[in-house]
Design a protein around this ligand. Structure first.
Ligand code: ACM
Ligand code: ZN
Length: 518
């Protein structure tokens, strides 16, 4: 539906309904904008007289809605008093796995979907239609009809917990916030040079040594000389905590992709087990940012270690994908390592890039044998792509174009549009960030499909993701400040039809949405 028509649907009924005049046009703007919506006359009043009726397959979603209302509005739906119904039904005729139809009438709300995912997204739209909690005792929502489905299947947010560590409660909140925007994938960046954050029972030194650094760089990396705070820093998630987060994400229809970096960004693991590196030399968990020469040496014992790690990781995360990193792995140590050089000759590899490809392909084979698929940063294209790999394109979109042309799935996270660690305004009081400049409007106008791709090749683009690297985000508050509202703009890039997008209209809806975030 064109936007000009859409405004008529919103405005005309304002003149015909006496009830609806309390509802401001801008207050019924859902984010991300649904595919099709049409306002009807009248209102549905959300109060304790609501009776929830649900197909058993959708009862988890109706329970979620009930709990949401109890917690945020202190309204308990009372089946005894129930005069109005909210009815959750399975409808297999709905074309999209995540699609839904939402019909609000004065006495009933009908939610139809193929499965719980669609029902959950219908509920998210419905929640945004209810006025914010206040001391009003009646919550009116406009009668309307929505038919909705996403543009992209992969709608992600990433979080780096290696540079800074964040609590389980915060991780849940982060997942909850993205789920409200109909985002479905949380990329959990769990290992870094500066800290290993996932408990691996077979390797206790990952918890004792790799999870902690002795101090942290103060100020920006470019400020010389480097200064340190002198304070030990660290932490990790126990396997019990990880299970708890995975289960929580499931209730929000969010899949978690764990990232275990290899062969680079592995200095913390090498600090715990020096034999994993080329020299065997003792190193420390990194205390500043950047790219480090310490990388895993592709010895049999290293592969045994990584396979053991993967065994514990796949047991914790039920999703299809394991992210194996692959980015920013300097070749210096491999060049100077007798074992690595012999391996290059033995395997007939061209050079150290060939060795990186050998490394990734070998790990892919292992991960595939566990029934999972790998994702890697676009460096995994160098020296030849592993056969079934999905590429996450971060250094612009070149990697995405190459991978899609080679018939590999791709996820777009280019620094130009998806790095939410960059500055978001030119205000003088912006807190310290890594650099760059990515304002909200630029995120909003991102098109995840690179123009070099044909329509056929574009089918390999699964979607996009906002990346939140936390070198300069010490606190949970700072992470939220950097991720929002840019994640809100990205949600509309990923869910809404390009023909329904309009930045000015988005800004009006965002004003309301920010009150919800508050
Ligand atoms: C990355 O930003 N190194 C993927
Ligand atoms: Zn080596």
């Amino acid at each position: 539906m064109k936007h000009s028509n859409f405004l008529l649907y919103l405005i005309i009924p304002l003149f015909f309904s006496c009830n609806i005049d309390t509802i401001q046009q801008k207050e019924i703007g859902i984010i991300p904008e649904p595919l099709f919506q049409e306002l009807d006359k009248g209102v549905f009043i959300m109060d304790e007289k609501v009776l929830l009726v649900s197909d058993p397959k959708l009862s988890e979603v109706s329970d979620y809605f009930k709990t949401y209302f109890e917690e945020n509005y202190q309204i308990e739906f009372d089946a005894q008093k129930g005069t109005k119904k909210i009815i959750f039904t399975i409808n297999n005729a709905i074309p999209n796995e995540e699609g839904y139809e939402l019909k609000i009438e004065e006495e009933n709300i009908f939610i139809e979907s193929k499965n719980a995912r669609g029902a959950f997204y219908a509920v998210q739209s419905l929640i945004q239609l209810v006025p914010l909690p206040s001391d009003l005792n009646s919550y009116e929502i406009p009668c309307l009809r929505i038919k909705d489905q996403p543009q992209f299947t992969y709608r992600g947010m990433h979080l780096d917990v290696g540079r800074h560590f964040f609590s389980v409660d915060f991780i849940k909140k982060y997942i909850d916030l993205m789920a409200r925007l109909k985002m479905n994938t949380f990329h959990w960046h769990l290992t870094e040079d500066q800290g290993w954050r996932i408990e691996i029972k077979k390797y206790p030194k990952l918890q004792e040594i790799a999870a902690y650094r002795k101090e942290t760089l103060v100020g920006h990396y470019n400020d010389q000389p480097h200064q340190f705070d002198g304070k030990p820093y660290g932490g990790f998630y126990t396997q019990e905590e990880i299970k708890e987060v995975v289960a929580y994400a499931l209730t929000r229809q969010v899949t978690i992709i764990p990232e275990i970096e290899m062969p680079g960004h592995s200095q913390a693991a090498i600090a715990a087990y020096p034999e994993l590196g080329c020299s065997g030399k003792q190193v420390e968990v990194a205390t500043k940012w950047g790219i480090f020469d310490e990388v895993y040496c592709p010895k049999e014992s290293t592969f045994n270690f990584l396979e053991d790690v993967i065994d514990e990781v796949v047991a914790l995360f039920p999703g299809k994908y394991i992210h194996i990193g692959g980015d920013e792995a300097p070749k210096t140590n491999w060049k100077n390592c007798e074992y690595c050089q012999k391996l290059i000759k033995k395997e007939g590899l061209k050079d150290e890039h060939g060795l990186q490809s050998y490394f990734i392909t070998r790990m892919e084979k292992y991960i595939n044998s566990k029934g999972r698929q790998i994702i890697g940063w676009d460096e995994i294209l160098e020296g030849g792509l592993a056969p079934n790999a999905t590429v996450m394109s971060w250094r612009g979109t070149k990697g995405a174009v190459q991978a899609a042309k080679e018939k590999h799935d791709v996820i777009l996270t280019p620094g130009s549009h998806c790095y939410f660690d960059h500055y978001q305004s030119e205000n003088e009081n912006e807190p310290l960030a890594i650099g760059g400049f990515l304002p909200l409007e630029k995120v909003y106008h991102f098109n995840p499909i690179p123009e070099e791709l044909t329509d056929k090749e574009a089918t390999y683009v699964l979607g996009a993701q906002g990346n939140v690297w936390t070198e300069y985000m010490e606190t949970e508050k700072q992470v939220e400040y950097m991720a929002y509202p840019r994640a809100v703009a990205l949600s509309e890039v990923l869910w809404s039809s390009p023909k329904n997008k309009n930045y000015q209209d988005f800004i009006h809806r965002l004003e309301q949405y920010q009150k919800r975030l508050d």
